[in-house]
Design a protein around this ligand. Structure first.
Ligand SMILES: Nc1ncnc2c1ncn2[C@@H]1O[C@H](COP(=O)(O)OP(=O)(O)OP(=O)(O)O)[C@@H](O)[C@H]1O
Length: 452
C-alpha cells in the first residue's frame, strides 16, 4: 500500500494478490528451521557412528539435492503458469490455454518429483542390499553372528529416518523460496515517491500553488509529457485545465497529489516544495474526485464516510444531499445501507461520481482537485452539483479538468494544454476574445450541441 503510483500502474493486481498468498510459505520456512531441523541434527550426531553409514548418507543427500534442484525448475515453471492462469477471467480461449499450460507444467513438476523419490528409494534399497550381502558373507565366514545381522537391520531402520530428514529440508526450502520469492520481491520494492529523511509537515495557510518550470515524464515510457509548466493558482481561486485527450491534464493533477515527482522544476504549496513535505500531510489537505472513483463493496454510508472516518451519519447525509445523491439513495429499499457492489458496480456512472463528490464534501479539504468529476451526469444533476462547487469555492483552491467547457466557464484561470505546454491562459471571456485554440474548441462543442 505504501508503494508509489508508478508501481501500481505497471502491476497486475492479481499478481500481487498471488504473491501475498504464496508468501504464506514463509511460515513453513520458520517451522522448518525452528521445529524440524534441530531434532534431525541431534539424531544424526547419535546415528552417524559408522563410516560406511556416512558414505551412504552423503551420497544419498547429494543425489537428493541434485534431483531436487532439477525438480524445482519444474516447480518454478508450474508456479509461473499458475500466475498467468489467474490473470484470465473473461476470454475463454486464453483461459483454457492458460489452464492447459498450468496442468502441463504441474505434470512435469510431479513427474520429476516422483522420479526423484524413486531414485532416492532405489539408493536406499541398494545400500541396504549391499550391507545385507556383506553381513551374510561375514556370517558365512564366521566373522559375524546372526545377532549382528539383526543389529544391522534395526540400525538401518534408525538411520534411514535422519537421512531422509537431512535431504528433506533442502527440497522443502527451495519449494518455499520459489513460492515466497514474489512476496520477498514485493517487500524489497522501494516506493519511488517517499518522504525525505528531513521532510516536514506541510502547513497550508492560504493554499497558493505554483508550478515553477515543472517538467515530467513517466519512467515507464521516458516520453516527456509536460514541458516546463509555469502558473500560479492564487488562494481561493479556481483553475481549469482544458485541452485534447492525452494533452497532460490529469498528469498535472497527479503531480499536485505527488503520485509522481516532477522530473524537472518544482511545485510549491504556500512556498513549500512538495518533495520536502511529508506525503501524509500533503494528502491530508487534498480532496480529490478522480476520473474513476474507487468504491468498496460496503454501504453507501460507509463509502462516503471513507474520506473522514470520524464523520457522523448526519454529516454524511448532508454531504449526499449537497451532492444531489440523497434522492437516489432514498429510492433504494435499504437507503444508505445499500451495498454498492465491487468497485460500485451497482451504481450508475453519475451516482458513482456523486458518491465521490459527497466524499469530498465530508472531507472539507483546503485544496480540491476534480478530474472529470461530473462528466457522467445529466444536465439537471450537473446544475445542482455546480451550485455546490460554487459554494465550495470560497476559501479553497480548486483545480478542474473537464472536457465539457460549459462546466469550467466561470473558472478564474483557464489553462489550455497542448502536447504538455500551456498554449493559452486567461478567463473564459479573455480566451474567447483571443479566438485561439480554446475558442475553436468551444465552437466545435457548441456546433455539436446545435446539431443534436
Ligand atoms: N501511468 C502512465 N504511464 C505512462 N504513460 C502515461 C501514464 N498515464 C498517462 N500516460 C500518458 O501521458 C499522456 C498524458 O496523459 P493524461 O492522462 O495526463 O492526459 P489527459 O490530458 O488527462 O487526457 P484525458 O483528457 O483523456 O484524460 C498520454 O499520452 C498518456 O498516454
Amino acid at each position: 500500500m505504501t508503494l508509489s503510483m508508478d508501481f501500481h500502474s505497471n502491476k497486475d493486481s492479481a499478481e500481487i494478490i498471488r504473491a501475498v498468498e504464496q508468501g504464506n510459505s514463509i511460515n513453513d520456512l520458520a517451522k522448518l528451521f525452528l521445529l524440524k531441523i534441530p531434532p534431525v541434527v541431534v539424531d544424526l550426531v547419535v546415528a552417524y557412528v559408522a563410516f560406511t553409514t556416512l558414505i551412504v548418507g552423503i551420497s544419498y543427500v547429494c543425489i537428493t539435492i541434485k534431483l531436487t534442484n532439477w525438480t524445482q525448475l519444474r516447480r518454478r515453471a508450474y508456479k509461473e503458469t499458475s500466475r498467468a492462469e489467474s490473470n484470465v477471467e473473461s476470454e475463454k480461449d486464453r483461459y483454457s490455454r492458460a489452464v492447459q499450460d498450468s496442468l502441463n507444467a504441474k505434470r512435469a513438476y510431479r513427474n520429476w518429483m516422483n522420479s526423484g523419490n524413486a531414485v532416492e528409494a532405489l539408493i536406499m534399497f541398494l545400500s541396504l542390499l549391499s550391507a545385507s550381502l556383506l553381513a551374510i558373507r561375514k556370517i558365512s565366514s564366521g566373522d559375524a553372528s546372526t545377532g549382528d545381522f539383526v543389529t544391522l537391520g534395526s540400525f538401518w531402520a534408525t538411520m534411514t529416518y535422519p537421512l531422509e530428514m537431512i535431504a528433506w529440508p533442502h527440497s522443502n526450502m527451495t519449494s518455499i523460496f520459489i513460492d515466497a520469492e514474489r512476496l520477498l520481491q514485493l517487500l524489497r520494492t522501494k516506493p519511488s515517491v517517499s518522504d525525505q529523511p528531513n521532510s516536514y509537515e506541510l502547513e497550508v495557510s492560504t493554499g497558493k500553488i505554483e508550478f515553477c518550470n515543472a517538467e515530467f515524464s513517466y519512467s515507464s515510457t521516458g516520453k516527456k509529457i509536460l514541458n516546463g509548466i509555469n502558473f500560479e493558482a492564487t488562494p481561493g481561486k479556481t483553475v481549469a485545465f482544458v485541452g485534447k485527450t492525452g494533452a497532460g491534464k490529469s498528469t498535472l493533477l497527479k503531480l499536485i497529489c505527488r503520485f509522481y515527482d516532477v522530473t524537472g522544476g518544482s511545485i510549491l504549496i504556500d512556498n513549500q516544495d512538495l518533495r520536502d513535505v511529508t506525503l501524509r500531510s500533503l494528502r491530508n489537505v487534498l480532496g480529490v474526485v478522480p476520473q474513476d472513483p474507487c468504491l468498496f463493496n460496503q454501504t453507501i454510508l460507509e463509502n462516503v464516510r471513507y474520506s473522514r472516518p470520524g464523520a457522523t451519519d448526519e454529516e454524511v447525509i448532508d454531504a449526499c444531499k449537497d451532492a444531489a445523491l440523497h434522492g437516489n439513495v432514498m429510492s433504494r429499499p435499504d437507503g444508505y445501507n445499500t451495498k454498492v457492489g465491487e468497485r460500485g458496480v451497482k451504481l450508475s456512472g453519475g451516482e458513482l461520481q456523486r458518491v465521490a463528490i459527497a466524499r469530498l464534501l465530508v472531507r472539507k479539504s483546503k485544496i480540491v482537485i476534480l478530474d472529470e468529476a461530473i462528466s457522467a451526469m445529466d444536465s439537471s444533476t450537473e446544475a445542482q452539483v455546480q451550485e455546490v462547487f460554487q459554494m465550495l469555492r470560497s476559501g479553497r483552491t480548486m483545480f478542474f479538468v473537464a472536457h465539457r467547457l460549459s462546466t469550467i466557464m466561470d473558472a478564474d484561470l483557464i489553462l489550455f494544454i497542448k502536447d504538455g505546454d500551456i498554449v493559452e491562459r486567461g478567463t473564459h471571456q479573455e480566451l474567447i476574445r483571443r479566438k485561439g485554440e480554446y475558442f475553436q474548441l468551444l465552437k466545435r462543442q457548441n456546433g455539436r450541441k446545435e446539431q443534436r
